[in-house]
Design a protein around this ligand. Structure first.
Ligand SMILES: [Zn+2]
Ligand SMILES: [Zn+2]
Length: 155
């Protein structure tokens, strides 16, 4: 495998590009990106910059300021970053925001009274013995609950 760039005769039609780093490099357009990956490290001092729209467009900073306004890849890039300008109908995430439709409205529900745990327990045969009381108090509460149950003939 030779590392030398492939030389293609000019008669071999089509797109032969000159390497931006070395005029001696004639590169097929389709191979330019691959070539630049290998060639660029050899020309770190060249002060050349990549076009933001196409990595195979390389020129000096001064030239690039002009190039970016005329780059043939610019329109494709702008369509990519500004999808609003696309004419094709497609569902984009930013179009999905806004009001979320929901058939359920909790404000229209029945006017339930606020839940009261104490009242809820009082009417039922549940032992309510709040934790965190000293043992004597808990025993007292337990006795009261037993009395309440007996009053209701539950035992
Ligand atoms: Zn080159
Ligand atoms: Zn460009």
């Amino acid at each position: 495998m030779s590392q030398e760039p492939v030389k293609v005769a000019p008669s071999d039609k089509d797109d032969i590009l000159i390497c931006p780093f070395d005029e001696g490099h004639s590169i097929l357009r389709s191979r330019m990106a691959v070539h630049l990956v290998r060639c660029a490290p050899n020309h770190h001092g060249s002060k050349k910059v990549n076009c933001p729209f196409n990595i195979t467009h390389i020129c000096t900073i001064t030239e690039m300021k002009i190039h970016v306004n005329n780059c043939p890849n610019r329109s494709a890039f702008e369509e990519f970053v500004n999808p609003d300008r696309l004419t094709a109908p497609c569902m984009l995430p930013h179009e999905m925001k806004g009001e979320i439709k929901c058939s359920e409205n909790w404000d229209d529900g029945p006017d339930d009274p606020t839940y009261n745990p104490s009242a809820n327990c009082a009417g039922k045969y549940l032992i309510c013995n709040p934790q965190g009381n000293p043992p004597a108090v808990r025993r007292q509460i337990r006795d009261m609950e037993r009395l309440r149950f007996q009053r209701n003939n539950k035992f």
